[in-house]
Design a protein around this ligand. Sequence first.
Ligand code: UD1
Length: 421
Amino acid sequence: MDKLIVEGPSKLNGSVHISSAKNATLPILVATLLCPYPVKFVDIPELMDVSTILKILQSMGLKITKNGNELIADASNLENQHADYSLVKTMRASVLVLGPLLARYGVASVSLPGGCAIGARPVDIHLMGMEKLGAEIHIENGYIKAKCEKLKGATITLPFPSVGATENLMMAAVLAEGNTIIENAAMEPEIDDLADFLIAQGVKIEGAGTSRMIIHGMDIKALKPNPKSYRVIGDRIEAATFIIAAIMSGGDVRVEGFIPKHLTYVLETLTKMGAKLEIGTDFVHIKNSPRLKGAALETAPYPGFPTDVQAQMMALMSIVNGDSIVTETIFENRFMHVPEMGRMGAKVTLKGNSALIEGVETLSGAPVMCTDLRASAALILCALVAQGESEIQRVYHLDRGYEKIDEKLTKLGAKIRRVKG
Ligand code: UD1
């Protein structure tokens, strides 16, 4: 298992280009299952989660051709509609294959993703929605076994705006008979990007990015190959991570290649805390931020504060003037970075789903262990500004969602090296 050795503190300077969004790339690659023709992409990020989803799709017969930063996914001839436990267990997003498989083939057998480090994360909303569209579903030997004659459009009201369930149902609805209305749909930018990809294939979708989305069902023969390569949006979570890194280090950094509007809540919070940000249409320039002051925040579905930036924000809050409070409302067990940050001198007290963070003067380097993707990001941020050496173990969590993070940070002046293991 690889580890990272970080020598702190360092001041970051320069510019960094953000990769395509992991959380948009995954559903969009899955959506190629709907298309009976090759689909071209540019700038698919090199991430472990992307390799995992490609392996799952290939196990069903999807053909992948890679040429430099271009990728062609061809689902013209799929061989089976089975997503095996051995692959699904490593990544929850794999359950997204359910919708397109059911819609196109009327059958799917998809392993239940099971629990994960940050909470139970059931898929009941996905299944409820599929049933509304006319699927018969039962759970057998740990698998979701689903079948239908032909899915039929329906109005589905989600009890919670689940990102994954919204995506799964959007894809299922594309080949259903008639229109589907998703009420209380998730509004994350990644949903909008999936809608844009589907629209580029000739699908008619109204209201993407709002809480009421209408997907017009169509015949598979009416889907049209798009001659243009699709480019996924920049990763707002990676961008937020670099913005926070720059602020924590007191450096001067331009973070480019994403849409700052997707981070409005985060940028407003940072500005209120005292950060000096120049916000463009596709960049944020962080200018030698002073030491910030504490804040109170609560995670919420988009456009609220993203749970995927909560851990990184807490890393920042650990070295501001005064106290901060963070309340996590999306996942029940998303404070695993707290004990590890404590080993570096952060003062955080947990109470239920809230954390009280007492800002300290400095952190100190320590050996720490990654536990999940965003928790790992928080640890790397702390290590960058801590006095002395930190050894960050189990870096594979970080590699799931951050493309070449060590190389990007090194280019900005961080002293960081990867030890292969
Ligand atoms: C996606 C993102 C993840 C992000 C999360 C919330 C991807 C690949 N992952 O995950 O990075 O942290 O959105 O912004 O895009 N829930 C149920 N039943 C369901 C579905 C969800 O109870 O059927 C609950 C979950 O347990 C969780 C909450 O709803 O507590 C949010 O889940 P959801 O929005 O579905 O997140 P994901 O799509 O898994």
